[in-house]
Design a protein around this ligand. Structure first.
Ligand code: AMP
Ligand code: ZN
Length: 114
């Protein structure tokens, strides 16, 4: 989608600090980190949110989790741990309408998520 900021990042039209890339997925550092490590994992294909996934996207979603595992290894947080957050829609405060996983790590995270 031409006016989507994450599509622009995926297409390298906007500079970003990339930490992972394969054919279908790309991951980069969040511009406004909420933890010492804050990575966004996105499909290159424009999908607005979890609600907009189709049955055909099942493999893609599996690959997003595989990407998370590889990123955790690469950033050395597979032992210390991390939190995965996916906001969906307005009550969750989803700001960017392109599906993304937040990986938060690098410190002892709080227990509250609401
Ligand atoms: P959400 O509220 O789940 O939609 O999260 C959107 C996230 O995207 C926020 O954490 C923003 O800081 C982040 N963000 C927005 N624009 C950019 C950008 N150009 N590069 C990296 N992260 C961004
Ligand atoms: Zn997009």
């Amino acid at each position: 989608m031409s006016d989507c900021i994450f599509c622009k990042i995926a297409n390298k039209e906007i500079n970003s600090d990339f930490v992972y890339e394969d054919d279908e997925i790309i991951a980069f550092k969040d511009i406004n980190p909420q933890a010492p490590i804050h990575i966004l994992v996105i499909p290159k294909k424009h999908i607005e949110s979890i609600i907009d996934l189709t049955d055909e996207d099942e493999m893609l979603v599996g690959k997003m989790y595989t990407a998370v595992r590889k990123i955790a290894k690469k950033l050395n947080i597979e032992e210390s741990g991390f939190r995965l957050i996916v906001n969906c829609g307005k009550d969750a405060g989803q700001e960017v309408p392109h599906l993304h996983f937040h990986i938060l790590a690098g410190k002892k995270l709080g227990t509250k998520i609401i």
